[in-house]
Design a binder for this molecule. Structure first.
Ligand SMILES: [Fe+2]
Ligand SMILES: [Fe+2]
Length: 231
């Protein structure tokens, strides 16, 4: 399957919007994507599949564009009704990305929709369990949770890698696919190296420069659709 350049530009544009939504969003989105692609590779997925997972993962939280600041940026614990509001980002993100026949966009929509499902069926928004959850979403779920736990937020410092790894281990079979979790936990040096490699992308500077570098687009590509995409 060849990658449709129109789909890549669309994903890059939505990722840029996500990166601009709240401070340091680009760090989470780029690290999560890099870790997810590394994990997909460690799982034995072919290189093209790993690359598709890398390309779609930064759009996993695009539904947060629709979550009000009072909830998204609230310092401190969310009330149950606020948690319900933030949980809507999975469904909203799926809807933002839906409607395309393109395979990459469909994968992006699937990942946005299901990255908060839990292996035991108690996640959201659909309560899917086990292999009902698309494999890419099961992979992104671990990368996303690991990065979310270890990054500092405005209301709490980041957890240590060791503590976050213990939580991944404890969640194997309940929150996380045990097969994916065991590959993750057996390959910690590679995972941590991939996270470090994401930093090189983040050092590009502005959100636009980071997104252009992540998607391998030329400097002005987000303002101007490249020649090969003008079909
Ligand atoms: Fe999310
Ligand atoms: Fe996330």
């Amino acid at each position: 399957m060849t990658t449709n350049p129109h789909a890549v530009i669309t994903l890059a544009s939505l990722t840029l919007a996500g990166c601009l939504r709240y401070p340091h969003a680009s760090g989470h989105l780029v690290r999560t994507a890099t870790i997810a692609a590394c994990l997909a590779d460690l799982m034995g997925l072919d290189a093209a599949h790993c690359e598709r997972i890398r390309l779609v993962t930064p759009a996993h939280d695009v539904g947060k564009l629709a979550i009000p600041d009072a909830v998204l940026l609230k310092p401190g614990k969310l009330l149950p009704e606020e948690r319900q509001v933030i949980e809507r980002h999975a469904e909203i993100g799926a809807n933002i990305l839906a409607g395309s026949a393109d395979a990459l966009m469909r994968l992006a929509s699937q990942v946005a929709h299901h990255h908060h499902e839990r292996f035991d069926g108690t996640g959201y928004p659909c309560g899917l369990a086990g292999k009902e959850i698309p494999l890419a979403a099961r992979i992104v779920a671990i990368a996303d949770a690991f990065d979310a736990m270890t990054e500092s937020r405005c209301y709490r410092p980041g957890m240590s890698d060791d503590d976050a790894l213990s939580i991944v281990s404890a969640g194997s079979g309940t929150q996380f696919d045990p097969g994916v979790a065991s590959v993750f936990l057996a390959s910690i040096p590679q995972i941590l190296r991939s996270r470090k490699s994401a930093q090189a992308l983040l050092d590009a500077g502005s959100e636009m420069a980071v997104v252009a570098r992540f998607y391998g687009l030329s400097r002005n590509a987000l303002r101007q659709i490249p020649r090969q995409a003008r079909a």
